[in-house]
Design a protein around this ligand. Sequence first.
Ligand code: SF4
Length: 445
Amino acid sequence: MALSGLDIYKLLPKTNCRECGFVTCLAFAMQLAKRQVMAEKCPYLSEEAKRALEAASRPPIKLVTIGEGENKLEIGNETVMFRHEEKFHHPCGLGFIIEDNLKEEEILEIVKQINALSFERVGCMLCPNLIAIRQNKDAAKFAQTVRLVKDNTSLGLVLMSKDAQAQKQALQIISAQKPLIYCLNKDNYQEFSKIAAEFRVPVAVYAQELSELSGITQKLINQQIEDLILDTGKKSIAEKIWDLTQIRRASLYRSDRTLGFPSLVIVQDRSRPFEEALEASTYIAKYAGIVLIKGTQPWEVLALLTLRQNIYTDPQKPLQVESKIYPVGSVDDKSPVLITTNFSLTYYTVLGEVEASKVPSYIITVDTEGMSVLTAWAAEKFTAEVIAATMDKLAIKEKVSHSRLIIPGYVAVMSGDLEEKTNWRVTVGPKEASGIPSFLKNLHG
Ligand code: SF4
């Protein structure tokens, strides 16, 4: 947790020697609290003070990366308990467990299904993140399955085996991809900590009780093994939520470094997929860093990814699309030009209606910082000047041979001003998007 200026002052020598460039230690402390100056500017800091300042500037929940390249998963680095206080930063990773005792063709089929799980929603691509391979047979079969999955997916991998030899064999194949190894516990601590250090991979730490978990992570931190994920094992949903919440509270409010890591939850033994989806959604909503499930059905995954997207968007920033010219259908230089705002919901509603009209058209979205038409107009983000500037910038004149612009019915009041600013003839469209199909068909006719 960040220290106040007075907290920092208590750690300083209080000699007012001025060597840091400030007249007093208190002035230096105040600037340090605002991160306007580096602690190293004071040459007289005690070791204790350096440690305290270093700990205070560290994120309360460690950022942990699994995988490499564009599909790598970053989790942690969260700073608030509640989304409305700021925002949640790193979306929970969603992954699927594959058993290594399945036949090769069955494994390949599941991997193929997982790779195909990709959905577009409000201009964003929603995809799962991880495949976890669980050992049921010997180390050789586990390593063989890990190789098979690695060769057929670009998603991050989780190696689920309590057998140190099996982990080593698998890591010799894929350590460069930085998989998560699952899991280290009090019984295999010696072997697994060595593996995590040797292969430099993140490791999941397991203990049923938070106090025990904390004891294990403290030992790992002492060994500089800090890419950790926490798991408190199989419990009731209420108990899991309790654990996830206490872990988050301990790291944010009590600066407990031993619990300052993302958490992992495995949803298991749910015979019905809707139960699995409901349980997984509970953990996505409340603090899980990773949720592993078995079900790979698109309807289940879409629901979870949609929930995740909503929770991890910035509540102070509406979803927006890029400000540009969107051609809809087989447009040509005679196609109508409609203008609207870049609020995702507005754009996709207009897009759907234009598509339904079957009249090829251009839609121009104006950057209104994600505000809808009337709000943007009231906030002076959707004015004749702004629209004219956007049309110039996007060079709509180069796309069409006419000069006719359709504006939303709610901003009919600006039509005269807009004609003056653009030299285009402005037509007032319908107030509601649902009126667009008949409007465009009549316009076309
Ligand atoms: S150098 Fe350190 S001891 Fe000297 S005034 Fe600055 S903060 Fe105080």
